[in-house]
Design a protein around this ligand. Sequence first.
Ligand SMILES: Cc1ncc(COP(=O)(O)O)c(C=O)c1O
Length: 410
Amino acid sequence: MVNTQIEYDEMLSVLGRRLQSNAIRKLTLLLGSREVISLAAGAPSFETFPIEELAEISARVIRERGRFALQYGPTRGQVALVEAVAGILSSRGIENCKTSQIVMTTGSQQGLDLIARVILDPGDVAMVELPSYIGAIIALHNAQAQMIGVRQDDGGIVIGDLREKIERARADGRRVKCIYTIPNFQNPSGVTLADERRNQLIEIADEHDLLIIEDDAYFDLYFADDASRLVPLAALRPDRVVNLGTFSKVLAPGLRTAWLRAPEQLATKVELAKEGADLSSSVLDQAIVIESIRDGLIERRLPELRKFYSVRCAAMLEALDRFAPAGSRWTKPLGGFFILMELAGEADATAMLPAAIEAGVAYVPGQPFFVDGRGANTLRLAFSKESPEAIADGVERICRIFQNAMTQKA
Ligand SMILES: Cc1ncc(COP(=O)(O)O)c(C=O)c1O
């Protein structure tokens, strides 16, 4: 008799069993088809997509260069794009960047997945910020790394805490391999790493022979000119830092075009891992990005984008000032998409979410961003999607809910 009852769980690898859905996806399920003011979505506003320009560029690319743009391409990426990225990195102070150090990836998310798989064995330790980007937590989790969370304050990762935790892990016989950091306008906290801590981070990496994975997804989206002088970690110590950047936030995430810049030996390994993952990122998408760079489309729009998001951030900060319950605190971003709010005492942002959704507003509870399981009283508020008016309205509504819940508890 053939057994028709297939036990798929029995077929799974250790990794297959470990795979988990991410908290933001779960939230989407909770929302169903309900129309809400979304302070949850961490995506760029569709209003910023240069639709007409991209339609024209896409048609032109297919018509004039279709023979190449619709073909398979090199795993590392289109030569013209790799060269353009070397130019972008040089403008950010990462000098003498060779094209052999760059791999174009299908979003930075793929870069995170590939670098994690290339450098980490199961049980190796990756130091991450508390809180950190959920997509990186997932990539590190999938590589079966152990993550140790390091405290952040308004100046980013707390150097003393980092040092202490690395030393403790090593004393326990654990192999610490890397520090994953989002130095600028962090997701989910909005915090930016202070200048002096950048050098200290490099010193610690040197001392303990660690690799730094610098995820700089929001570099270009600063709100004031003094934040334009931010020095990438890769500019300070190129041979210890893997720099990830993306066109998602400044052009369109649907193009899934990003880069990973690493010391040459690591870039070669990433290229090999990528070959097994997808042969290459979409050649058509890369061709569209190349033309967008050549036409000056990205550069030209940056000042507008910065203004667009800074107005929304200001609207959120102002509404928090007016409506936040006493005892709560929140970050004051210099760029990016996010503010992290911390409620007083024992407040539970997950427990209050259904009431917020009932009141027509969604946010992301902070706990899943904290690898140490803390952060129950925090939430991520994204100002990227909604208009300034909707942001003010949404913040007022959730603050009322928080206030009520906290009053009832007291
Ligand atoms: C910090 C950070 N890194 C990486 C990504 C992924 O970006 P991409 O669209 O390039 O995969 C995001 C997207 O939200 C992000 O916030």
